[in-house]
Design a protein around this ligand. Structure first.
Ligand code: MLT
Length: 411
């Protein structure tokens, strides 16, 4: 009987048609890169993974301890309240007050997220209808683009180029497009370019969003990962930004909590309410014990954040020194554990990343995974690997003559 059930189910699967919606987007970049990694490991390659941005350091002990305690509390064995526990929302508001100096109403201007990836998707589902336009940086975190397409919307790409320090030129957006736009996504400190934005740009973006009646979504997942004395601002440091903006935060990178799936959205009460309402129909919020651990993170010491930033800074400096020897000219990034690097002349992003894996056993994502146009000609490395292993990666590049300028032919 088992056999016939399995047979039927396999047969049905074979005939199953996925939706046009799903067919309209590619598989998630890191799911694909993960498969490449596994295949290389299966071939016996000692892979150095400079792919996904996943902190290699553990979650700080005081956060893990808070989780242990909360797991033992039966209150947390039940469904958590929709939108986050009152304690979680209050702790978010207090953290923002301390960190950025503004006040938030924890009841109407804060909601919990199962990580900011989920928040991006659901925000789009809450606001974007068939045919609506979303203003999306190119390159950018792929979820802005794919979820817009899933919602039936149309991305309008805002190029991020080194000439403009990876800041979009808002004046270059045709007014007719801006008037049709529903959401504009910004993300500073930026993934994948590591660019940073100042308050003057945020002021311009807020004015633009107000003029064209656009919801401005600022993704601030890397707020605390900054170096050389740089401090990243929040969009709500701009007076009046709350009238049109929502900001997404994640504990993943700040507290080495990628696997815990917890973040929060703050800002415009209507946008926060819409996001919470759509989420209430789809998920049942963050595990209560994880919210308790997040509160410990907000209230705890910042030593671990500073220690990790120092590690990333050292790795960045090592990478720049080694890549300089290989012919690259790179400016040190002020934030994020990413480096956005041009591929050598005469090659393209995909071919270069394949070469890195096939010849040197180094896994890096191609720029095209982040941006259809401006991502071409780039690859990204994440600095989530210890210095020794990182050095080995650059040694392997040298050994395989993977340099920025093609080696000169001998005469
Ligand atoms: C990245 O590496 O771009 C992201 O951190 C991956 C993710 O959040 O899925």
């Amino acid at each position: 009987m088992f056999c016939s059930v399995r047979h039927v189910s396999f047969g049905a699967l074979r005939e199953m048609e996925i939706s046009k919606r799903l067919k309209s987007i590619p598989p998630y970049v890191f799911a694909e890169i993960g498969k490449k990694r596994q295949a290389a490991i299966a071939r016996g390659v000692d892979v150095i993974d400079l792919g996904i941005g996943a902190p290699d350091q553990p979650t700080p002990k005081h956060i893990v301890d808070a989780m242990h305690e909360a797991v033992n509390n039966p209150v947390n064995h039940k469904y958590p309240p929709f939108g986050g526990t009152p304690e979680f929302r209050k702790a978010v508001a207090e953290w923002c007050q301390t960190r950025f100096g503004y006040s938030l109403d924890p009841n109407n201007e804060v909601t919990s997220l199962i990580g900011s990836k989920e928040g991006i998707h659901n925000l789009i589902m809450a606001f974007v209808d068939q045919g609506d336009v979303c203003l999306i940086p190119d390159p950018a975190y792929p979820v802005y683009r794919t979820s817009t397409i899933l919602a039936g919307g149309t991305p309008h790409f805002m190029p991020l180029t080194p000439e403009r320090d990876f800041i979009p030129d808002l004046d270059a957006i045709p007014p007719a497009v801006a008037d049709k736009a529903t959401i504009m996504f910004l993300n500073y400190p930026n993934n994948p370019t590591a660019g940073v934005a100042d308050l003057a740009f945020f002021e311009q973006a807020v004015a633009f969003a107000k003029k064209h009646d656009i919801l401005l979504c600022h993704d601030l997942a890397y707020s605390e990962m900054t170096f050389d004395g740089y401090k990243a601002p929040s969009i709500f440091e701009i007076p009046g930004a709350k009238e049109i903006a929502i900001e997404l935060h994640s504990l993943s990178k700040t507290y080495n909590m990628t696997g815990w799936r917890v973040g929060f959205a703050i800002g415009n009460p209507m946008a926060v309410k819409a996001l919470a309402q759509i989420k209430g129909n789809i998920d049942t919020d963050v595990f209560g014990a994880v919210q308790a651990a997040a509160i410990a993170a907000f209230k705890g010491p910042v030593d671990d954040i500073l220690r990790c930033n120092k590690l990333y800074e050292e790795r960045r400096d090592l990478a720049i020194a080694e890549l300089t020897k290989l012919g690259w000219h790179l400016k040190p990034n002020k934030a994020t554990f990413y480096m956005w690097i041009p591929v050598p002349k005469g090659t393209n992003s995909n071919d270069f990343c394949n070469r890195m894996l096939d010849e040197a056993g180094i896994l890096v994502p191609p720029g095209t995974a982040y941006g259809p146009s401006c991502g071409e000609g780039y690859f990204r490395i994440s600095l989530c690997t210890g210095k020794e292993r990182l050095k080995e990666a650059f040694d392997r590049m040298a050994k395989h003559s993977i340099t920025f300028e093609p080696a000169k032919a001998k005469v």
